[in-house]
Design a protein around this ligand. Structure first.
Ligand SMILES: [Ca+2]
Length: 442
C-alpha cells in the first residue's frame, strides 16, 4: 500500500473569491497580498468553480466535519451559531457523530485543530469530543485578535478544554502552535503514523486588526463587528499576515521532510465580507449569489498533484472531506454515508471532471440555490432567477422568463433535494452583524 498522506487543511474566515492574487486580487500598497498562497496555487492545483457549503461560518464547518449536507443537523440551522449559544446542549456538533477527524484518528492519524472551532461550546461540545486529539483556539465565531474575547466580552481562547490565557496576535499564535505541533508529529509521520492538521485561521474576519493594531482591542471591545473601522489596506494586511503564517507552516513541512507526502488544501468558510474583493461575483457573506459561496480552493501535494493546474470541477466543502478520507484510504461510517464526493481523481488528473449537482438553502431571506452544470437556480425573498454561469458569473442576466421549462425543472430538482433534508427548525436564528442603518447597500 502506498504511503498514506499527511493532511493540512487550512481555512480562512470570510475570505472572498478574489482576495488572493492568484484569484485576480489587486496588489496592496505594500506589494502582493498573498505571495505564499499564490505560490502554492502555482505549484499545485487551483479550482475556479469551488464553493463553500454555506455563505456563513458554522454551517460550512458542520459540512466539513461530517462530509454531509449540514442541514441534517439542528445546530447547523443557526446562521451562524452565536455566542448566546454558550451552554446549549443542542446547538453544536454532536460528539457521537462520526467526523473527518474521528475517522482519521481511528485509522491511526494524529489529529489537531489549531484555530477556530465554532461548532458549539463545552461542556456539551468541543473539538476533543469530535475526533481531535489536540486543540488550541477559540470556540466562538469571532474574537478580538489581542484580547481573545468574543462579541459579548467573554474570554474565548482554549487549550484542549481548558481556558488558556496568552498574549499575542491570534493569527501569529495560531501559526506558532501549528509549527510547534508539526515539529512534534513529523518524526512519527515519517515512521508511518500520518497526521491531520486542521488549521482554521480567524483572519481576515472582523475586528479589523493587524499585528500592529493592539491598541484597537480596547476601542472595539464593545463592538467587535467594528462598524466604525477597517479599510481595504488594513484588510489586505490581515490576509498578508495569515499568508506569512502559512509560509511558516510550509517551511515547517519542508524542514521535516514531509512536504512531498502532505496534502495541503486552502479555502475559505464562506464568501467575503464588507472589505472583501469578490469580483466578478455579486453578493457576499450570507448570500447565495456567487459572492457568498464561491471561494478559493487550492490543493498542493507534490507526490500526486502536477504543478500549475487549473480545474473547473464544481465542488463543495464536503467534497473535500470525502477527498481527504479517500486519500487516507478511510471509509465513511456506514450509518452516516457521505453527501460529499471525492475529488481524488481530479487531483490525479485535473481533466477528469465530472457532473456535480450542488444545493443550498438559507433561512435568511428564504434563499434557495441549485447549481447543475452551467446553470444555477436561485430564489431570494420569493423572487426566482435562472443564470447561465459560464457566460455570466455576475448573475445579472436572468433567464427565468426566457426559459420557463428549465426554471421549472431546476425548481423541481431543488424541491426534490430539499425533501431529503429535515426542514429548518422553527426556532432557528439568523444573526446579522449589521444592516442598512449601519452602511448603505449597493
Ligand atoms: Ca466565516
Amino acid at each position: 500500500m502506498a504511503q498514506r498522506p499527511n493532511i493540512v487543511f487550512i481555512v480562512a474566515d470570510d475570505l472572498g473569491f478574489a482576495d488572493l492574487g492568484c484569484y485576480g486580487g489587486r496588489e496592496a500598497d505594500f506589494g502582493p497580498v498573498s505571495p505564499i498562497l499564490d505560490g502554492l496555487a502555482k505549484a499545485g492545483l487551483k479550482f475556479t468553480q469551488g464553493y463553500a457549503n454555506s455563505p456563513v461560518c458554522s454551517p460550512t464547518r458542520f459540512a466539513l466535519m461530517t462530509g454531509r449536507y449540514q442541514y441534517r443537523l439542528r445546530g447547523a440551522a443557526e446562521e451562524p451559531i452565536n455566542s448566546k449559544s454558550r451552554g446549549s446542549a443542542t446547538l453544536g456538533l454532536p460528539p457521537e457523530h462520526p467526523t473527518l477527524p474521528s475517522l482519521l484518528r481511528d485509522a491511526g492519524y494524529r489529529t489537531a485543530l489549531i484555530g477556530k472551532w465554532h461548532l458549539g461550546y463545552p461542556p456539551h461540545f468541543s473539538p476533543l469530543k469530535s475526533g481531535y486529539q489536540h486543540f488550541f483556539g477559540p470556540m466562538s465565531g469571532g474574537v478580538d485578535y489581542f484580547s481573545h474575547c468574543d462579541s459579548r466580552g467573554t474570554h474565548d481562547l482554549w487549550q484542549g478544554e481548558q481556558e488558556h490565557h496568552e498574549d499575542g496576535y491570534l493569527t501569529d499564535l495560531i501559526t506558532d502552535r501549528a509549527v510547534q505541533w508539526l515539529g512534534e508529529v513529523a518524526d512519527p509521520a515519517r515512521g508511518g503514523q500520518p497526521f491531520f492538521l486542521s488549521l482554521h485561521y480567524t483572519a481576515p474576519h472582523w475586528p479589523w486588526e493587524t499585528r500592529d493594531d493592539a491598541a484597537l482591542a480596547e476601542e472595539v471591545k464593545d463592538n467587535l463587528f467594528h462598524l466604525h473601522g477597517g479599510n481595504i489596506h488594513r484588510y489586505r494586511k490581515m490576509i498578508h499576515q495569515m499568508d506569512e503564517g502559512i509560509g511558516r507552516v510550509m517551511a515547517a513541512l519542508r524542514q521535516a521532510w514531509v512536504d512531498r507526502d502532505t496534502l495541503v488544501v486552502f479555502t475559505s468558510d464562506n464568501g467575503g465580507e464588507r472589505f472583501s474583493d469578490n469580483w466578478p461575483l455579486v453578493g457576499g457573506k450570507m448570500d447565495l449569489t456567487e459572492g457568498g459561496i464561491r471561494v478559493p480552493w487550492i490543493a498542493h501535494w507534490p507526490a500526486v498533484i502536477a504543478p500549475g493546474g487549473v480545474s473547473d470541477q464544481p465542488c463543495l466543502t464536503m467534497d473535500w472531506s470525502a477527498t481527504m478520507l479517500a486519500a487516507a484510504g478511510v471509509a465513511a461510517d456506514a450509518d452516516h454515508p457521505l453527501d460529499g464526493v471525492s475529488l481524488l481523481p481530479v487531483l490525479h488528473d485535473p481533466a477528469a471532471t465530472f457532473e456535480r449537482a450542488m444545493a443550498w438553502r438559507m433561512n435568511h431571506r428564504g434563499q434557495r440555490a441549485l447549481r447543475l452544470g452551467d446553470w444555477k437556480y436561485l430564489q431570494v425573498d420569493g423572487h426566482e432567477y435562472l443564470f447561465k454561469l459560464p457566460e455570466d458569473e455576475r448573475e445579472r442576466a436572468n433567464h427565468a422568463k426566457r426559459e420557463p421549462e428549465r426554471l421549472a425543472a431546476m425548481r423541481q430538482a431543488w424541491e426534490d433535494w430539499a425533501a431529503t433534508m429535515p426542514p429548518i427548525a422553527a426556532d432557528a436564528t439568523v444573526s446579522l452583524g449589521y444592516g442598512v442603518a449601519d452602511m448603505p447597500q449597493r
